[in-house]
Design a protein around this ligand. Structure first.
Ligand code: NI
Length: 260
């Protein structure tokens, strides 16, 4: 059990986006994963970023009932040597519930925009072929991401949403979900509270992006799924609701989207 997070007798936290294959979990991964239920965690989607990390995500999903995997090539891993055919082979596993994490990242690399867009499109097409949702990463690429989503219309989630309420509106019009993580608790989160305020409850997913983006009061530390407690409390404050209700609705949404 994690200190400073209350014991939950109800399992209501579904973390729709994490990276438990990350090396920062190497020393205590199984110990951590086997205690998260004490803090209310009932489900996790752990995302792949290339062939190797997708295989690791699937191995974790095979080991723990409440963990599910996403298979994909992250835009930062475009040079990993992983092909879309590799991802297709891995995505046939019964615990793979989405194609992700895929998308565009012009913050880390803006020299290969054409290649990133091509890879994004072909992985969306794979998701549609396999009737799986997509988990989309968009960093400093709002316009191109939105245009590709409008053109291809996949079902899925825009994870760790960082756009404006206007962009959120267009994402919602496409029928997609919006992922809200620890950033909502940061003092400098400017537009995100406005997005959360306008976001219909049936399109909200809570997430961590663990080990990254830990919410306050853990900002800067290694993140894990139980910390969603703090994220949900902040969302509840904005929505003037009870945080348990936020967690229950979000878990229901995740089960619907990922067909769990
Ligand atoms: Ni991620």
């Amino acid at each position: 059990m994690i200190n400073s997070i209350p014991f939950f007798d109800k399992k209501v936290i579904f973390d729709s986006h994490a990276h438990y294959d990350d090396e920062s979990f190497n020393e205590d991964r199984d110990e951590l994963l086997s205690t998260l239920h004490l803090n209310g965690v009932c489900g996790i989607i752990t995302c792949g970023c290339d062939n190797a990390s997708t295989k690791n995500a699937i191995a974790l999903a095979e080991k723990h009932d409440f963990i599910f995997a996403a298979a994909g090539i992250h835009p930062d891993c475009i040079d990993s040597g992983t092909s879309v055919a590799d991802i297709e082979a891995l995505a046939n596993h019964e615990k793979v519930k989405a194609i992700g994490e895929i998308g565009l990242d012009y913050f880390h690399n803006s020299d290969n925009k054409t290649a990133q867009k091509e890879l994004f499109r072909s992985q969306i097409n794979l998701a549609k072929k396999l009737s799986l949702p997509v988990i989309v990463h968009d960093r400093e690429a709002h316009e191109d991401t939105l245009n590709i989503l409008k053109e291809t219309k996949p079902k899925g989630v825009l994870h760790c949403f960082s756009g404006s309420p206007e962009t959120a509106k267009q994402i919602l019009e496409l029928g997609m979900y919006i992922g809200v993580g620890g950033v909502i608790t940061f003092k400098n989160a400017k537009r995100l509270p406005e997005v959360v305020e306008m976001l219909p409850l049936d399109r909200l997913l809570v997430e961590t992006d663990a080990p990254y983006l830990a919410p306050e009061p853990f900002r800067g530390k290694r993140n894990h799924s139980a910390s969603i407690y703090f994220t949900a409390k902040k969302i509840a404050e904005i929505k003037k609701m009870d945080y348990m209700e936020i967690l229950e609705i979000s878990a229901k949404n995740a089960r619907e989207l990922f067909n769990i």
